[in-house]
Design a protein around this ligand. Sequence first.
Ligand code: CUA
Length: 346
Amino acid sequence: MTFASFLSLLGAWGSPARVASSLLSAASEPLPLTPRWWLPTGDSTFAHEVDRAFALIYWLDVVFFILIVGAMTVFAVAYRRKKAGQRTSALKGHHGLEIVWSVIPGLFLLVFFAMGFLTYMDMQVPPASSMQVRVTGQKWNWGFEYPEQGIKLSSADGLVVPSNTPIQLTLTSVDVLHSFYIPNFRTKKDAVPQRFTSLWFEAKQPGTYQVYCTEYCGDDHSRMTSKVVAMEPAAFREWVADQKNASASLSPVERGQRLFTTQGCAGCHSIDGSALVGPSLKGKYGTQEKLSDGSQVLVDDNYVRESILAPNAKIVAGFAGQMPPYVGRLQDDEISALIDYIKTIK
Ligand code: CUA
């Protein structure tokens, strides 16, 4: 890569002049752009602890890199063989030096450990009063379920939370490993099938923060993004009330349409006829479907219900049985709402 193309790459985030000026004043003035060339702003209560540990290790590394590589260069030049046949003096050990370069790094290690351990414990132990949200990773959607508020959201909606309130996420996955990463909050946790993991954070102020999946999970891994939307606590309470009113007034078809996104169906089944990981549902209801064993089945309520609960019972020809079973994850009335919605996809 040439220097010019490197600069133009930086320019994608801000003009080279801007980047250069922020490099010069890096310590005092953060770039007013996201994404930036350095870390994003630290927006959780423990972000500054993570950044402090990172900065200490980083700058110590820079100092020692310069000292060691500098000394190596100076010595290589100063003590080079100056004329042919010249012998270098024999090397002997030096106890004083050995002790200095063992004890000083040892002390640094103790400081790193203390900092790392204290920060890790802060990040690991959620306050007892934390608001609970269940997060389900699924190729390629993040499902958010609020057990106390009775709300379900998808990746597209984002994880809506009150600011200045500790939030505990309980994560799991229905298929493969995923990882829930919020760079601005300096926190990340794997979502593991058949197991619960936990992560907590407290957003310092209202805002919208990017969420990534950081465990390679298949075709659309890079698109498995979402966002955390932090609102003032009063605005959050209003939002919860709005959500409840909105879901109470939904017709069964609208409810099914909503479930279609929040439950991750839309990630694999298009409604416009294009084949994704699974068959499109456009105009499917009421037709004959060809199965991988050569037989045919009528797409009716029973077939749709079975395909939701036990997707591998009948696999459509041309597709691999990749869908996770929804048994235990959807109520009967939710399955009925989904069927009502699927009937309308024409
Ligand atoms: Cu989910 Cu990568």
